[in-house]
Ligand binder design. Structure first.
Ligand SMILES: OC[C@H]1O[C@H](O[C@H]2O[C@H](CO)[C@@H](O)[C@H](O)[C@H]2O)[C@H](O)[C@@H](O)[C@@H]1O
Length: 599
């Protein structure tokens, strides 16, 4: 059982959010992570990366420990956690309503049977868990103020403060509902108007139902797909259309290790993959909003394009270490910001142009500014494709000629040609065709090892890389090409000793990524292997792998970035768009779910 003063396992958490920020709720009723007002703001609950003294809000039956069961209410992001105790049963309903004046977290305690004694333990700590606010009662609410932030708690239950903690004990009887509304507000403004908890519950349920109502997908894997789509939607920053990779920072890729990164930003790579999944499932609105976000974010000289931005398009994401947080199960450092923002990753323009092409195929209208942006990205790729880069895995070692990066440069020109051929976009098409063919030849000549019969991680390397699994999906070579079959088999043999795929070998030496320690199996790559196996005709194996991957989801259908097969635990930031996106893709493929304009 989880000790109350340390965080749970990563898979013990569920997500709630309002499409501007998010919180993680443990199955013992404790909100251990929450950043307000935006995904990338300082956390006011950071127990996840330390202990309860770094901030958390627990609401649970007194002395009960972990919940008996929990689930999302239907196809929504409203979490229901239930405990059965010797005295009766109780449910805590947690959600973040659609943002009105300010962000709210609503918790409703609902008596299901008998009479249950409940406890509340609230420790507010602003600025990533170290600033204890000044607490006082005002306008019938409990207020906590520190610097620019204030948090207000409204409830019929009185809480008492002692030792920088606020607690309450109360009883809930069958049929009773006890609401708590916690609201963030800029500290210089007067008290916010809190939402009505029960009305907000109805509205939030209706909003999610109407959003999910757009999807027609009814395949074998419907529940997993819908939960993934809801999770991706929750990672979308509604005011701008930006999409974060995950709502957390520094959940470790190996427990106790140093591979701890801040994912609360918009990677063009992760966002384009997310949009492909949303588009394929019928969401064009999000794609339209993201195209506008992209235009604003990359505005300026093509050579200044970054691989990632803040949710509103911010360019500076300086990386620093949060010295006062002990790290998840001691995994240090805890990082805020991400130095990968300054890297050269030549796959990104191809990913962007490919998504712009898919958006047109999905019926989004043309726009002159988007065409101009595409042309400047192409000019950038033309100027730089022969350079080594840091690649999609964002290595922190020496730059290399990554085969995946070069292949994505091919994709950039290939999709530009298709935009001209299919939508009459102006060229120079012949020039793009020539570049596309030149890059293709370069990759086949320098990135393929004829002795081992596999493409390699980078030119001249002895290693393979899981990103090579994307070759047939991207149309670089057909699935029945022996070089593709050889590559898929080599990745399976060398990077998936237990069936789950590592991104690349992490041993020191030639393949070193500039970091120490190992990492878990990368879930996206494991889904890509299932796709690769299906494409080369090994469908039964593909389905078996896919279903094994589905079984790794936690009780509420969520996946982190990685999985450690040795300990059987999820690792890395959570929940992670990059894992849920390929889940959706592989499910569609295995279900034979076709969309007229797709591929
Ligand atoms: O492995 C080192 C890198 O790990 C992170 O990058 C990974 O996550 C990104 C967001 O999902 C993804 O786009 C990238 O492909 C992954 O390798 C981290 O953000 C990097 O700073 C770090 O160098």
């Amino acid at each position: 059982m989880k000790e109350s003063d340390v965080p749970g396992r990563i898979e013990d958490y569920a997500l709630i959010g309002d499409c501007q920020s998010a919180a993680l709720v443990c199955d013992d009723g404790s909100i251990d992570w929450m950043c307000l007002p935006r995904f990338d703001s300082g956390a006011c609950f950071a127990a996840l990366l330390g202990d309860e003294e770094n901030g958390r809000w627990q609401l649970a039956p007194a002395g009960a420990g972990r919940a008996t069961r929990r689930r999302y209410r239907g196809d929504t992001l409203i979490l229901e956690t239930e405990w059965e105790t010797a005295d009766g049963a109780v449910r805590v309903i947690d959600f973040m309503p659609h943002r009105g004046e300010a962000p709210d977290v609503v918790r409703i305690v609902e008596g299901l049977s008998g009479e249950v004694g409940m406890m509340l333990d609230l420790r507010l700590r602003f600025d990533y868990g170290h600033r204890v606010p000044w607490m006082h009662q005002s306008c019938g609410q409990l207020a906590g103020i520190a610097g620019p932030d204030s948090i207000w708690l409204r409830s019929p239950i009185k809480v008492a403060g002692h030792d920088f903690t606020h607690t309450a004990e109360f009883t809930v009887r069958s049929g009773e509902r006890v609401p708590f509304v916690l609201t963030w507000h800029p500290s210089h403004l007067p008290a916010p108007r809190p939402v009505d908890a029960l009305h907000a519950l109805e509205e939030t349920e209706e909003e999610w139902n109407s959003w999910v109502g757009k999807f027609s997908y009814e395949g074998t894997y419907r529940d997993a797909v819908i939960r993934s789509l809801i999770t991706l939607k929750a990672l979308t920053y509604a005011p701008t259309g930006g999409i974060v990779a995950a709502p957390t920072t520094s959940l470790p890729e190996a427990i106790g290790g140093v591979r701890n990164w801040d994912y609360r930003f918009c990677w063009l790579r992760d966002a384009t993959m997310t949009l492909d999944a949303l588009l394929r499932s019928g969401c064009t609105e999000e794609a339209d909003a993201w195209r506008q976000w992209l235009l604003r974010a990359v505005a300026g000289a093509p050579e200044d394009v970054q691989i990632m931005y803040g949710v509103a398009g911010e360019r500076r994401l300086p990386e620093w270490e949060v010295g006062w947080l002990g790290g998840y199960e001691g995994s240090q450092p805890v990082r805020v910001g991400n130095a990968a923002a300054g890297q050269l990753q030549l796959d990104v323009p191809g990913e962007v142009i490919s998504t712009l092409y898919l958006a047109r195929r999905a019926g989004l209208p043309p726009a002159p500014e988007i065409a101009a942006m595409k042309d400047s990205l192409l000019a950038y790729v033309e100027a730089r494709w022969e350079e080594p880069d840091e690649g999609l895995w964002e290595i922190r070692g020496e730059r290399r000629h990554f085969v995946h990066s070069k292949m994505m440069c091919w994709v950039a020109f290939d999709r530009a040609v298709k935009l001209s051929e299919e939508f009459g976009r102006p060229g120079p098409v012949d020039h793009w065709r020539r570049l596309r063919d030149r890059i293709h030849r370069d990759v086949c000549d320098k990135g393929f090892d004829p002795v081992r019969g596999t493409f390699t991680q980078s030119y001249g390397s002895q290693e393979v890389d899981a990103a090579l699994l994307l070759m047939p999906q991207l149309g670089f070579l057909p699935a029945d090409d022996p070089r593709v079959v050889g590559t898929i088999e080599a990745v399976q043999r060398e990077l998936a000793p237990d069936g789950f795929v590592r991104r690349y070998p992490t041993r020191e030496g030639e393949s070193s990524d500039g970091l120490t320690g190992e990492e878990g199996a990368f879930l996206a790559c494991s889904f890509w292997l299932a796709d690769g196996l299906r494409l080369i005709g090994r469908e039964d194996e593909a389905r078996e792998l896919f279903e094994r991957l589905l079984s790794l989801r936690n009780d509420v259908g969520l996946l982190a970035e990685e999985y450690d097969p040795r300990t059987g635990r999820q690792v890395g930031n959570f929940p992670q768009a990059f894992s849920h996106v390929p889940l959706i893709h592989t499910a569609h493929e295995l279900d034979g779910h076709r969309v007229a304009w797709w591929t």
